[in-house]
Design a protein around this ligand. Structure first.
Ligand code: ADP
Ligand code: ZN
Ligand code: ZN
Length: 707
């Protein structure tokens, strides 16, 4: 295969396909893109989007680099169809970061880039915001002068408006539906005119506009909207509380590191005022005319948190999270890209968000598993990518947590990171008392032991609120036939199905498969029985004892839509609900000053798991939930139900707190040569036959030198 040198050069393009290589194309050859070499000098090419033929499809890819030659024979090289951008959507820094991540996590670059860009851009939406605007044509203006249209008052009114606008050389915002469909712009259509006019997207209005267009009197034009001017002055709108000495020291150290790379671990107990430290550090960043990137876990990005940023700063904020619609995500990305947003706050994939003149990165709850994509696709740790981003950009990063990941603590002890401690609550209140309930002495038939039930009753009597935590949603984790021993299995994977009683479904929490809930055993016809507890069943048990009205549940089954979580939280905040039952979701978020008791139902799942990180997750969860207790004037109490009260990790956690736990757990990891004292890679294989999968895995093991 001869190397051919091409006069126009070769574009090496990353495409969103699961193939581990770049694809070579010639520059576009005809049409408006024929000017490609002039408008896109080779150096400016990387980072622009390009539309290319790919098999029978047309795909939008990113030009990663240009080359003089290709390994592909010249007659097989195809020209690209069109360049979509005049300037890169991924600048040199951004592209280098994604390339690093794709390389580090062994993932195809095209798919990694797809994580970094909103879907609308990947489908070809313009980088700049466009709006559809209706204008009167010259014929329309003439017709209007003549007093037309005479018999269509709605059209006459509309033409009058358009004619009036024409004079002011302005135009009218189009209905949102048109703007959305055509361009992906999220600008809401406003009202057509003053008060009495119909809303811009009302069918009658649209009808009139179309009628005018048919007569050639009006036309709809797409116009690029210049981004609002970038604010140069941005700062605090409100002053925060006077800082505690510990907070002041943290702010001072972080502030002193602006302008160079430094990795700070802000280790502060829940309520110690970490967020206040972030706010002050960002204030300094804004004062320098720079921007901040804030990453928060999936469940941490509440309207409360965003509200706290908005209340504090007189600066535009772009918010990026997984529940955004595609147009919303594009709009937020544009705010960040244009530099208009001074603070970009988002969940995992926001680590790749464009932020100009980046001054500081903050990762809140850095230990949170949602920063790591586990399930499928591009598996990366947003926290670790963020550290790399900070290092490349030469800016400090703050990793905040009440329960830092063991890897992070290890990085502190090896001096790669430096710790700033906030060991006290910002607002005077006692840390909660923690104790264990021995389930061997106090069996829990309904999931709740007698001491736990008594404690709940006592706290309710004393006007407190109670949080009951169980990290398992659904009604019961197992459906069992008591006659033949059949256990409902998932057809698609090897997990067991979870009973969801309200929905009358069996669901696989592993792969998502589901079926109807059977009444009888499919094997022998005997009645089946739900075994074990999930939040749905605990809710039922508690409702029997304390009344359903006092109760509210929070888990992924309850929170299906945006706003659901808010309404649940509002019921707790108002005091309407006295008991909150929930999964992981309850560990972060609101402050409930009246929450005086936390009950952890099943600690033992975490103690004996095949996942070496399970004990760490357990300890983090216990500390995080416990942090919900006693944040007000009344002291808090935490009860942890376990069958293993002697377990050293639990003992350590209770006696010495997370710090003590972490020391023991890290020593165990060192002894067993688990990360961070070793590296771990998972080799996963999927195939149509077990033999093929096994053959590959056997080869892989041999290649790794283990036989
Ligand atoms: P964390 O993020 O560590 O959980 P927050 O920053 O949310 O802590 O602070 C907990 C509570 O204490 C909040 O209500 C916050 O407004 C308040 N707070 C934080 N710092 C101070 C301070 N220096 N003085 C008074 N109140 C503070
Ligand atoms: Zn059976
Ligand atoms: Zn399954």
């Amino acid at each position: 295969m001869p190397d051919v040198t091409l006069p126009g050069g070769v574009l090496r393009v990353a495409l969103d396909v699961p193939v581990r290589r770049l694809f070579d194309y010639l520059p576009p050859q005809s049409g408006p893109a024929a000017t490609f070499p002039e408008t896109h000098p080779a150096a400016a090419c990387p980072g622009i989007r390009i539309k290319v033929p790919f098999g029978r499809r047309r795909l939008v890819g990113i030009v990663v680099e240009t080359a003089r030659a290709s390994d592909v024979p010249r007659d097989r090289l195809k020209p690209a169809l069109a360049a979509l951008d005049a300037a890169p959507v991924l600048d040199g820094e951004a592209l280098a970061l994604v390339r690093w991540a794709a390389d580090y996590y062994h993932h195809p670059l095209g798919e990694a880039i797809a994580c970094a860009l909103p879907k609308a851009l990947r489908l070809g939406a313009p980088v700049a915001r466009t709006e559809q605007r209706w204008v009167a044509t010259p014929e329309g203006l003439e017709a209007f002068q003549r007093g037309e249209p005479r018999r269509a008052p709605q059209q006459r009114r509309l033409l009058a408006l358009l004619a009036g606008q024409q004079d002011a050389s302005a135009a009218l915002d189009a209905p949102v539906s048109l703007a959305l469909g055509a361009t992906g712009s999220a600008t809401p259509g406003g009202m057509l005119g003053p008060g009495s006019e119909p809303a811009a997207d009302s069918p009658r209005w649209r009808e009139a506009a179309r009628a005018l267009a048919r007569r050639g009197w009006a036309a709809c034009r797409a116009e690029t909207v210049a981004p609002a001017p970038v604010t140069t002055t941005a700062g605090a709108r409100a002053a925060g509380p006077p800082l505690t000495a510990e907070q002041a020291l943290a702010v001072q150290r972080i502030g002193g590191s602006l302008g160079r790379f430094a990795a700070w671990v802000l280790h502060g107990i829940t309520g110690s005022g970490k967020t206040e430290v972030y706010l002050r550090a960002i204030e300094e960043v804004l004062r320098r005319g720079q921007r901040a990137l804030v990453l928060v876990p999936e469940i941490g990005l509440t309207p409360q948190l965003v509200g706290r940023f908005r209340d504090r700063f007189d600066a535009p904020l772009a918010v990026l999270h997984s529940a955004l619609t595609d147009p919303e995500r594009l709009a937020a990305w544009r705010e960040a890209f244009s530099g208009q947003a001074r603070i970009v706050i988002g969940t995992r994939s926001a680590v790749f968000a464009p932020v100009r003149e980046l001054g500081l990165i903050i990762v809140d709850e850095e230990h949170d598993p949602s920063f790591k994509q586990h399930e499928s696709g591009f598996r990366y740790s947003a926290r670790d990518v963020a550290v790399m981003r900070a290092q490349r950009a030469g800016v400090p990063i703050v990793l905040g947590s009440a329960t830092p990941a063991l890897e992070t603590l290890h990085n502190v002890s090896t001096r790669r990171y430096e710790r700033l401690s906030l060991p006290h609550r910002a607002v005077q209140s006692e840390p909660p008392r923690m104790s264990l309930v021995d389930l061997r002495a106090h069996p829990a038939h309904t999931g709740l032991s007698t001491p736990a039930l008594q404690a709940i009753e006592r706290h309710l009597r004393e006007d407190g609120q109670v949080l009951v935590f169980l990290n398992r949603r659904g009604y019961a984790p197992t459906l069992l036939c008591t006659a033949c021993g059949w256990i409902a299995p998932c057809k698609d994977c090897d997990a067991r199905l979870t009973v969801h009683r309200a929905a009358q479904r069996l669901r696989c929490h592993h792969c998502g498969a589901e079926t109807r809930l059977p009444e009888r055993c499919p094997q022998c016809g005997f009645l089946v029985k739900s075994v074990g507890q999930g939040t749905e069943r605990i809710e039922e048990t508690l409702a029997e004892t304390f009344g359903a009205g006092a109760l509210v549940r929070l888990d992924r089954d309850v929170v299906r839509r945006r706003g659901d979580m808010e309404s649940v939280m509002a019921r707790v905040a108002s005091g309407a609900a006295r008991i909150l039952v929930g999964t992981q979701m309850v560990t972060k978020g609101h402050d409930f000053p009246n929450m005086t008791l936390v009950v952890v139902l099943n600690a033992d799942q975490g103690l004996f798991s095949t996942d070496f990180r399970a004990p760490e997750r357990l300890a983090q969860t216990i500390v995080q939930v416990a942090g919900r207790a006693g944040r007000g004037a009344k002291p808090g109490e935490v009860l942890i139900q376990t069958e293993f009260p002697e377990h050293p990790l639990l003992r350590n956690l209770l006696a010495e707190g997370y710090e003590g736990f972490a020391r023991t757990a890290l020593a165990e990891r060192a002894q067993a040569a688990w990360p961070p004292f070793s590296r771990l890679a998972a080799v996963r294989d999927s195939a149509t036959t077990p033999e093929a999968a096994l053959a590959f895995l056997t080869d892989a093991r041999r290649a790794a030198g283990r036989t």
